[in-house]
Write a protein of this length. Structure first.
Length: 735
């Protein structure tokens, strides 16, 4: 594990991570701290703590998009500073490499998530080196708490230590000083508030890094906390990007080629310019934007534009299926798992099945929105986003300004799921700001533009072949094909990563099942629709493929699906979550239709059971259960909420989620034809949280992958219908 070295007042938490075996190359640069981005904003003790006359502001460097991360990250600091969350203000930090996320790269280490060997831990820790150099301030990969757990607790502990030392200097003694409620308190009752001590504490240089509190002294962590953003959201006072109002602001919406990535031949804008309030029609990448005195006028003007679009370079839906089929027969991209001799074992009577998953949209509740202002040699950007440091990069490219002349305010957002790590809508806002200097521009996409110009979860196909022997799996061979998320998404960021794409086999090659002969092969399909990170990435389709096949094999073996899975698992936390969810659901009770699925996603063992029933209106989801193991549960209530939300997200996709292509354009445009589960359709959900895994894990995505196979397996238990293709509403009538 990484160890923290000496502390340097404002850069201590970035200064030093010493890896086993050492990282000699570039060590000086790696150990050199980034500048504190809060300098000049008030009295700052480190990049996470700002104190002024109004009190203490804690910086949460990851984006709040409904997952509760601002509450949990603030609690990491508040715990160490002996503050209550009600005493502090929590804001998203400025765009700065000081807030780099190294935890997001740990998932890329080439080891099974259950591998806790010295070499696996060393390589995971070493991923912090490229994380530091890249400087990506990214929210994603269920990595926020993983990355923050040590550094933000240390930030709080260091701030508290500096405040206590400042108080000791002022009082002439450190004896008996304690902290409570935002103040340092002396044995005689003298109370010095953090605000009183802040300027003196900022001058303190600590000789060594203070130790964060042991768990048995936690007051906030480990307990469910009230969400710091909840009051604003329920009262309508929370500030999203669309709520921004600046003097002289104009409002815009964009229309880009529905043949994604292709260009604009010409546009007739005469009718749009005649709409009252429309000020201009301006070019943006692959299309145009209508600028007006109100968003409504911009939308009405955009409806009257007439386009001649360049054609698409990718096939319609039938061609996508053909491309995936061909990819499965082509040379492979990766073979991350190849235990035993699968080909020798796959003889005689074998099981063989093909599974498919469609393209999926992110479909965030809040459409994409961004604002920008270019004035006086500075660029300001306001946007709900998951990658603010990339905005600095593209802002500099588009305007020619240095990055230190660019500021980004990351606003609250109504969902992200990976979509807001993309730069397309923000790039458009910057283009408009450059075309209209000294004029703030607020860009809002329509729901239709959002749905049809996404970076989709890739369509995928898998072939599973397996051999049973004595009621157990003697050989398991899974081949899966999809376009490369890494090639598509990283390419849009301006980078190239050579070699295989592990996301193609994510959720398949990294599962803890033990088969004597076990092979997982990833085939890279051609680039077609642009694809990107969709909540749980490759897990979202591959767990459906693998866990549906496991259920089919259990029934072929005449085995109980729970016991069948347990018989192929030795990993104790994985066995525990399966046993736990089965007990919660009352597994084995007669007359009930229950389906189970299990996986490890982002290092989290999770098992889910879904119960279904037939009604006069169609099949109904009656109840659902989940058990997860996160290692350390920092906020149990929020973990439960995230698992529930992930399940609903996965069930919505499994039942009706499907993006199709016709004439080179996406067909689905709104929630009418890309319909999520509605409130009456959502089953009652119970969640149990375990803490036996050796490392703390994040929970934003693991709730999604098991939902689809658990539902498919429950439908089989109900009526014998085996569903191998999503969405299920093609084959089943749901209430």
């Amino acid at each position: 594990m990484a160890s923290i070295g000496k502390i340097a007042r404002r850069g201590f938490l970035f200064g030093a991570v010493a890896m086993g075996a050492g990282v000699a190359f570039g060590w000086w640069k790696y150990a050199t701290p980034y500048a504190n981005p809060l300098e000049g904003m008030g009295t700052t003790l480190n990049p996470y703590v700002l104190i002024d006359a109004g009190g203490v502001t804690l910086i949460a460097p990851r984006a709040e998009m409904g997952q509760g991360i601002h509450t949990t990250l603030a609690a990491l600091v508040a715990e160490e500073m002996d503050l209550d969350l009600a005493q502090v203000r929590v804001i998203h930090g400025p765009a700065a490499p000081a807030y780099f996320n190294a935890g997001v790269l740990e998932e890329g280490a080439p080891f099974l998530p259950i591998d806790e060997s010295w070499i696996a831990q060393t390589v995971r820790a070493a991923m912090h080196v490229p994380g530091k150099f890249l400087g990506f301030q990214i929210t994603g990969g269920s990595s926020s708490v993983i990355d923050a757990y040590d550094k933000m607790r240390l930030a709080g502990a260091a701030a508290r230590a500096a405040l206590v030392q400042a108080a000791a200097t002022r009082l002439g003694s450190s004896a008996g000083l304690r902290t409570e409620g935002g103040a340092v308190i002396a044995p005689d009752g003298t109370r010095l508030t953090y605000a009183e001590l802040a300027s003196e504490a900022a001058k303190v240089s600590l000789a060594s890094a203070p130790e964060p509190k042991p768990r048995d002294q936690w007051r906030l962590l480990g307990k469910t906390q009230p969400r710091v953003d909840m009051l604003g959201k329920v009262t309508g006072t929370a500030a999203f990007t669309a709520d921004l109002r600046l003097p002289g602001m104009v409002y815009a919406t964009a229309r880009t080629n529905p043949h994604l990535g292709a260009g604009l031949v010409q546009v007739d804008d005469a009718a749009a310019l005649a709409v009252p309030g429309v000020k201009a029609v301006l070019p943006v990448p692959n299309g145009v934007a209508v600028v007006a005195t109100s968003t409504w006028a911009a939308f009405k003007g955009a409806e009257l534009l007439s386009f001649d679009w360049a054609p698409a370079s990718y096939p319609d839906s039938a061609g996508v299926t053909q491309a995936l089929t061909a990819a499965l027969a082509a040379p492979y991209d990766s073979r991350n798992r190849n235990d035993g001799d699968v080909d020798a074992a796959l003889t005689g009577d074998i099981f063989e099945a093909t599974y498919t998953a469609p393209y999926l949209a992110h479909a965030t509740m809040e459409p994409l929105t961004a604002a920008a202002l270019l004035a006086d040699g500075k660029l300001q950007v306001w946007a709900g986003n998951q990658l603010p440091t990339q905005i600095l990069k593209i802002g500099a490219e588009f305007t020619g300004l240095p990055q230190d002349a660019i500021s980004v305010e990351t606003r609250l957002m109504g969902g992200g799921f990976g979509r807001r790590a993309e730069m397309d809508f923000i790039a458009q806002a910057i283009h408009l700001a450059k075309a209209m200097p000294a004029t703030p521009v607020l860009l809002t996409w329509s729901r239709e533009e959002d749905m049809t110009h996404d970076t989709y979860r890739p369509a995928a196909m898998a072939r599973v072949r397996a051999k049973l022997d004595g009621g157990r799996i003697a050989a398991f061979d899974l081949a899966t094909a999809s376009s490369s998320v890494v090639e598509s998404q990283v390419g849009r960021l301006g980078y190239t990563i050579p070699g295989p794409d592990a996301t193609i086999v994510q959720g398949a090659a990294d599962q803890p099942y033990t088969f004597a002969n076990h092979r997982v092969t990833g085939h890279r399909a051609p680039a077609m629709l642009p694809v990107g990170s969709w909540r749980s990435v490759g897990n979202s389709q591959n767990v459906f493929f693998g866990e549906t096949a496991m259920d089919e094999l259990a029934h072929l073996a005449g085995a109980d699906p729970v016991e069948f899975r347990m018989s192929h698992l030795t990993h104790a936390p994985s066995r525990q979550v399966i046993q736990s969810v089965a007990e919660m659901a009352g597994w084995g009770e007669k007359g009930r239709a229950l389906g189970i699925a299990f996986c490890i996603a982002f290092g989290v063992p999770i098992a889910q059971v879904i119960e279904v029933e037939d009604t006069a209106q169609g099949l109904r989801l009656k109840a659902a259960w989940a058990a997860v193991d996160v290692g350390v549960a920092l906020d149990p209530g929020n973990i439960e909420a995230q698992v529930m939300g992930g399940m609903v997200f996965g069930l919505s996709a499994a039942i009706r989620g499907e993006i199709t292509v016709q004439g080179g354009a996406v067909v689905q445009q709104t929630f009418w034809d890309y319909e999520p589960l509605r409130m009456p359709q959502i089953p009652t959900i119970r969640v149990k949280v375990h803490e036996t895994m050796p490392r703390l894990r994040g929970i934003g995505e693991p709730g999604t992958p098991p939902a689809a196979p658990a539902l498919a397996n429950a439908i089989f238990a109900l009526n014998g219908t085996r569903l191998r293709d999503m969405p299920f509403a093609r084959s089943v009538n749901f209430a």
